[in-house]
Structure formats: structure tokens, C-alpha cells
Ligand binder design. Structure first.
Ligand code: FRU
Length: 492
């Protein structure tokens, strides 16, 4: 083992013990200590789910990228394993960037990642040279392949840039390994490249899967590519997006391109939508479980909002709640994985509550809850102008969800959550017009809120770093409405 990896493993095992349990969410994976970004190597191996992540154990800031590692039997409770890889080779000395994992024929697990090395060009400018590298292991210890990198800049097609070439996502099909990799062309546009290999070691360039053509941001990071419900789906996380109505927003975003695979594997696009309509969601990866579910986990964070943080926390960055995804009527549907029911505590349910102003209901409170709220007008016409749910409320700090049935817009709002930074605190999303009827399912897990609207037609996620004792939940109608609410306390 290299000195760097040894040092990281020793550091994290000591540091971890100083982190109080209540500082960690119950089900959302956070780094063992320090900083976490993208999910990496999300896979099933040797009877367990594995999640690796972009990791700087030493600080709560982005830094020398290692891969952190955790395993789980149900995707909800995680056990940490020692850091898997460190930036300890010449070709990855500036970082082991994002990638994926797969089980090989010989039973080993292979990690495929991007090695980064800074180089000075003829004009004295420094650039990251990004290449694709592999490592083999037993689910805990990994050895980098001696002839890394396995895909170098020389294997890039014409027009592809060598400075932004990263985040390989691997799968196996008909006996061949394939990866999709994000790339920025020399003239600044995003594209996704596909490579294939018989053995995982010798790779050949196949094709450009999709070109951005300057539609959604510039570089497309962290691609994933899979078949789902008869459609072919390409997910990616573009940088430098421009806003489009309420669909896409400025900065880093996520897109889901839904299409079909035609002759000779040509991907033809049919629809493109945001994956998450909230504030904090990026770089998702999916797996196909043994029972045939496609499950997605993203980084519950956004590069542009990293300013909302708790300086007193020994960690930064968390993963989203795992979501089972499907394609219905050409659109992405998401729901929290069903394993959540195994962690249900007390259940409170109230039917047809008439709400005419602000109200709280006895025992409906908490920071770890799965709560579904259905509202509708009291008669045939719209009987209310707005409906609000306040949560993580201590009378001073709170966060909010608001639904405007006339405009069919849902807003999430953490402006009063205790943040002292001028970053994005609110986001709006257009939902289907059901004449004042809407279903809102909130997953609250200490430092996050994920809102599944109308059975997962849209999801809006955000981190909230309000004092954990802020547990209040209340409802408010502007006008009158009828509400059904079912809340399950979540506990381990
Ligand atoms: C996306 C990303 C990846 C890269 C990694 C570096 O969030 O920028 O493209 O591999 O983070 O930590």
C-alpha cells in the first residue's frame, strides 16, 4: 500500500471516532470524515452494495481526491471501509477523479476512474491532463494496474479535448465491457464518448454517443447510460448551464435524455428533462439490482451552493436518498426505495382535515420523517390560492414548501433555514395541473429534504443545515382546502 493511502486510512479511522453519531444523517451517506462529492463505483459486489465517493479525508473542502468507500446491505445503512485509492501515482498525482466499478470474470472488482495530472503547456498555462485508469481489488483493497492509464489522450477522436475527459461509467453487455466518458471538445462543447473492451484493460474508441451542440451548458460531467422500460437513457451533469424557464437553471445541473437505440447503436433523442428540480443534486449514478430495479443516487449538493455549510461540522457533502427510477409516458419517474418501510417508527395519519389558516397537528413533527401530504379543494372550484408546509422549524429558523395551484408551481425555500450566505435558497418547479390536487412526499433526514411530487413526477432536493432541534412541521392554507397526511417517523 502506498504511503498516501496508508496515511488516509489511518487518519480517517482516528477522525471518525471524534464524530458524534447525531451529526450524521440516518440514511444519507456522508464522508467518513472531511469532504465528499460525486458517487463513484456504485455497484453490487460479494453480496453487498458498494458506494465509493470523491473524498478528501483531511478537510471539509475539495482537495486531493481519494476514493472513500462504504458498503450496505439495503442501501440505507452504510458501513465504512478504508479509503480505496489515493492520488499516489504519477498519472493521478492531482487526483483520482470520478468513475465506476464492475465485477470481473475472475471474481475481482475493477474500479475505472479518471487519473489527473497537471501539465504546463508551451504558453506557460497549467492544465489537467485527464486519462482513464483502472484498479483491481477484493472489495476492500485495490491495486492499480501497472500499465495505467488504459485510455490516454492519444485515443481521443478528432476534435475532442484532452483536458476535460473524465468520469467513466462502465457496464457489460454481450460479453464486452463498455464505458461512457464525459468530454469537452477543443472548441468548448460537451459530448459523451463510448469506448469498448474485451478484457477491461485494452480499450478501443467506439463512437460519440451524444453531442451537446451547445444546448445544455458546456462540459457534461459524470455520464450514465442504460436501458430502462424500453427506452435508452443518457444522464449527465452539465457545467455552466443557462436557465430555461423552470426546467433548467444557471450553473451546474442534471439532465436526463430519453431516447431509443437505433441500428448500429445510434442513440436518437426524444426528450430531455432535468433529473432533480431542486437546488442540490448532481452527478448521479445508477445500478441495476438483482431484482431488476434501476436505482439512482446523486450527490445531494451543488457546486454553486457549497457556501451553505456548517463550519462546526466535521463533514461536508452527502448522498441523496436512493431512488428507484422508471420511464412513464416518456418522462423520468422517481420514488424513494421501498426498503425505507423497514425503518418506519410511529405512524400518524389524519384524513380530510379542513385547513383554513395555519395549523399544526399533534405528533406531526421531526427531522427524520417520511411524510405524504395530499391536498385538494373543498368543492368543484379552486378553493385556495396557496398551500404551505413549514418544516425544520424552531420558531425562528424554518424551511418551506409552497404550492400555488393557479400557476401549478411548487417552490422549495430555505431562505430562513439559518444560512448567512447569498446563494440560491429557493427554487420553483412547474408541476402537472390537477385542478388544485397535489401529492407531496417529503423525506426529511436531519440535514436534507427531498420532495417527491405527484408520485415522483418531479423531485426537488435541498440540503438544510438548521439546528437539529428545529423539528416543527406545520401547514397553512390561503383559502380553504382538505388535507390527508400520513407521517412515518424514521429510525434505525
Ligand atoms: C463532478 C466532478 C467530476 C470530477 C470530480 C472531481 O462533480 O467535477 O467531473 O471527476 O467532480 O472531484
Amino acid at each position: 500500500m502506498s504511503e498516501l493511502l496508508d496515511k488516509a486510512r489511518e487518519y480517517e479511522s482516528k477522525k471518525e471516532k471524534t464524530i458524534a453519531e447525531e451529526l450524521r444523517p440516518l440514511f444519507h451517506l456522508i464522508p467518513r470524515c472531511g469532504w465528499m462529492n460525486d458517487p463513484n463505483g456504485f455497484s453490487f459486489y460479494n453480496g453487498k452494495y458498494h458506494m465509493f465517493y470523491q473524498y478528501n479525508p483531511y478537510k471539509t473542502e475539495w482537495g486531493p481526491m481519494h476514493w472513500g468507500h462504504a458498503v450496505s446491505e439495503d442501501l440505507l445503512t452504510w458501513d465504512y471501509l478504508p479509503a480505496a485509492i489515493a492520488p499516489d501515482e504519477e498519472y493521478d498525482t492531482d487526483g483520482c477523479f470520478s468513475g465506476s466499478a464492475i465485477e470481473m470474470e475472475d471474481g475481482k472488482q475493477m474500479l475505472v476512474y479518471t487519473g489527473v495530472r497537471r501539465e504546463e503547456d508551451e504558453d506557460g498555462n497549467w492544465h489537467d491532463i485527464q486519462t482513464q485508469c483502472i484498479a483491481f481489488g477484493d472489495g476492500k483493497d485495490y491495486v492499480k494496474y501497472k500499465n495505467n492509464p488504459v485510455i490516454k489522450s492519444e485515443s481521443l477522436p478528432e476534435g475532442a479535448g484532452k483536458y476535460d475527459f473524465r468520469d467513466p461509467k462502465i457496464w457489460k453487455e454481450n460479453g464486452m465491457y463498455h464505458i461512457v466518458v464525459g468530454n469537452k471538445t477543443a472548441d468548448g462543447d460537451g459530448q459523451i464518448l463510448q469506448y469498448s473492451s474485451e478484457d477491461g484493460i485494452n480499450w478501443n474508441y467506439e463512437k460519440v454517443v451524444i453531442k451537446n451542440n451547445n444546448r445544455f451548458g458546456a462540459m457534461w460531467e459524470c455520464p450514465d447510460y442504460f436501458n430502462l422500460d424500453g427506452k435508452q437513457v443518457l444522464m449527465a451533469s452539465p457545467q455552466d448551464m443557462l436557465p430555461e424557464e423552470l426546467e433548467f437553471h444557471n450553473g451546474n445541473g442534471t439532465i436526463c435524455v430519453i431516447g431509443t437505440l437505433g441500428k448500429e447503436g445510434i442513440f436518437s433523442e426524444e426528450n430531455c428533462q432535468a433529473i432533480d428540480y431542486g437546488i442540490d443534486f448532481y452527478a448521479p449514478q445508477t445500478i441495476l439490482t438483482k431484482d431488476g430495479r434501476r436505482i439512482m443516487i446523486g450527490w445531494l449538493q451543488n457546486w454553486d451552493t457549497c457556501g451553505i455549510r456548517r463550519d462546526d461540522f466535521p463533514w461536508f457533502g452527502q448522498m441523496s436518498f436512493p431512488r428507484e427510477i422508471a420511464i412513464r409516458a416518456g418522462r423520468l419517474l422517481q420514488k424513494p426505495i421501498s426498503e425505507i418501510v423497514n425503518y418506519y417508527g410511529k405512524r400518524i395519519s389524519r384524513k380530510s382535515v379542513l385547513i383554513t389558516d395555519s395549523c399544526s397537528l399533534s405528533s406531526i413533527e421531526g427531522r427524520c420523517v417520511d411524510m405524504t401530504v395530499k391536498v385538494k379543494s373543498t368543492g368543484a372550484n379552486l378553493s385556495y390560492k396557496k398551500f404551505e408546509i413549514k418544516f425544520a422549524d424552531n420558531g425562528k429558523a424554518y424551511s418551506k414548501i409552497a404550492f400555488n395551484p393557479e400557476e401549478s408551481i411548487v417552490k422549495i425555500d430555505r431562505k430562513h433555514s439559518g444560512s448567512r450566505r447569498a446563494v440560491v435558497h429557493q427554487r420553483r418547479c412547474r408541476v402537472s395541473d390537477n385542478k388544485g390536487e397535489i401529492t407531496l412526499r417529503l423525506i426529511l433526514d436531519r440535514y436534507s429534504m427531498e420532495l417527491f411530487i405527484n408520485d415522483g413526477e418531479q423531485v426537488m432536493s435541498m440540503g438544510i443545515y438548521t439546528d437539529i432541534r428545529a423539528e416543527g412541521i406545520s401547514f397553512k392554507a390561503f383559502g380553504e382546502l382538505l388535507m390527508d397526511v400520513t407521517m412515518h417517523e424514521l429510525k434505525r
